[in-house]
Design a protein around this ligand. Structure first.
Ligand code: SF4
Length: 431
């Protein structure tokens, strides 16, 4: 979401003929689009603000500093009190103010923004980074779920859905610019609702539009297991533009922890959902988020999580340990887990996941798949890095001209968690 919003803000700059500075020293404006989900991300932003404030103090040429995103929403004007070199604090709801800020900076003036006035959130026109063949398309914003550890509902506000017309319009726009894969974005895409058009209805509309505009692959993020309906599964199964990979954040395997997290589903319901998805779409891969060390978590609870991982066999997981975020319900829970214990539990979860990923990928050796060629491998300049619809990465020797297009490859070996493949061939008609 943060990347998509950064791309949208960069586009506003380009539309007003601003260009990217090569270094912060030569910039006329510095925009930091921040994230509040983890404490570490916030700490890094404070460091950056201090650095940029230092640059501003030293130099003669004017410099406008804008802090955008979730931290701006959470901390508001207190950021300016702490760092007086910051000119504007533009929260997640206030992105529409950015053109005014740019206009004022162009004139060497200060934009007239009333901090008391609450701007209305609006989805901006395009979230496409220049030269990209994949694009994020936000379909909703905010979250009503209030998981007890999560800051998102406080910094992004309640759920707002984007109209299907607006979504298909952006699909057409990005398709004209050469995009072949889109990811529908939202904090909780399954609770999309626009005048009784629910997520599964929207998927039908998106599938139709994808066919018309030449978008081959459609993904979505994130799908909370709590609102994943059978109707949605049916729609996904019927339309092959939807990639056979779903990110399904389970967070934990123990019912008592899931309850304390206010996730709104049980371990049994999650496993039932996995079963339903796999029956409807055999071969689909699943990935997840796992949060260990939640207050009150017992050794038994950790075993439940490891057991669930063994049962589901996720292709990969984002794994992290609990970090209290002020303002959330879990912040006040007394039974916090010791840092070393959290780290030890997390390392067991990571070990298991790495083994499972390797096992799953090993089984893929010998298969031939269609991949989207994403770029040049960072480890070997002679190799291309590609991704399957199941979200598996494969490195393959091939011509740079294939970047941005679909190709067929055969997996030949496994290096760490990246498949090696051979014979990248452009797709033929009918593939
Ligand atoms: Fe946060 Fe829960 Fe909403 Fe996800 S579903 S954004 S974890 S409150």
């Amino acid at each position: 979401m943060n990347s998509a919003e950064s791309a949208a803000l960069a586009l506003v700059c380009k539309e007003r003929a601003w260009s990217e500075a090569q270094t912060s020293d030569e910039a006329d404006l510095i925009l930091l689009n921040t994230c509040s989900v983890r404490l570490t991300a916030e700490s890094r932003v404070f460091g950056r603000i201090a650095d940029y404030s230092g640059i501003k103090k030293k130099r003669k040429k004017p410099l406008t500093i804008v802090i955008a995103g979730c931290m701006a929403e959470r901390l508001g004007e207190s950021l300016i009190e702490k760092y007086p070199q910051v000119d504007y604090v533009m929260g997640t709801q206030a992105r529409s103010l950015f053109p005014l800020i740019l206009e004022a900076a162009e004139k060497g003036e200060k934009a007239n923004i009333n901090p008391e006035e609450k701007p209305v959130f609006s989805f901006s026109g395009s979230h496409l980074e220049e030269g990209q063949f994949r694009s994020f398309i936000p379909i909703m914003h905010g979250c009503n779920n209030f998981c007890s550890y999560c800051i998102v509902p406080y910094v992004r506000g309640r759920e707002v859905s984007r109209s299907p017309e607006n979504i298909t319009e952006e699909m057409r726009l990005v398709a004209r610019k050469g995009v072949r894969e889109i990811t529908l974005l939202g904090q909780n895409v399954n609770s999309y609702n626009w005048n009784d058009v629910d997520f599964s209805d929207l998927l039908k509309i998106v599938a139709q539009e994808a066919k018309l505009s030449g978008i081959r692959w459609v993904r979505f993020l994130s799908a909370n297991p709590r609102n994943f309906s059978s109707k949605t599964i049916e729609t996904l199964a019927l339309n092959n533009c939807f990639c056979r990979h779903i990110h399904l954040p389970v967070q934990h395997g123990s019912n008592s922890v899931l309850k304390a997290m206010n996730r709104g589903y049980s371990r049994e319901r999650f496993l039932e959902l996995v079963n339903e998805i796999r029956q409807a779409m055999p071969g689909i891969t699943l990935s997840t988020d796992i949060l260990v060390g939640f207050p009150g978590e017992t050794e038994e609870d950790v075993k439940e999580t490891l057991g669930l991982m063994e049962e589901v066999k996720f292709l990969y997981s984002y794994m992290y340990h609990f970090n209290p975020r002020e303002g959330t319900k879990a912040f006040d829970l007394k039974s916090r887990i010791d840092e070393d214990v959290k780290k030890e539990r997390l390392s067991r979860v990571i070990d298991l996941q790495l083994k499972q990923t390797a096992r799953l990928l090993e089984k893929r050796i010998g298969s031939t798949e269609i991949v989207l060629v994403e770029g040049i491998s960072r480890k070997n300049a002679d190799e291309l890095i590609t991704r399957t619809e199941k979200d598996e990465m494969a490195a393959v020797p091939g011509a740079k001209s294939l970047i941005g297009s679909f190709a067929k490859v055969t997996f030949s070996s496994l290096n760490g968690n990246t498949l090696k493949a051979k014979g990248a061939k452009p797709l033929c008609h009918g593939d």
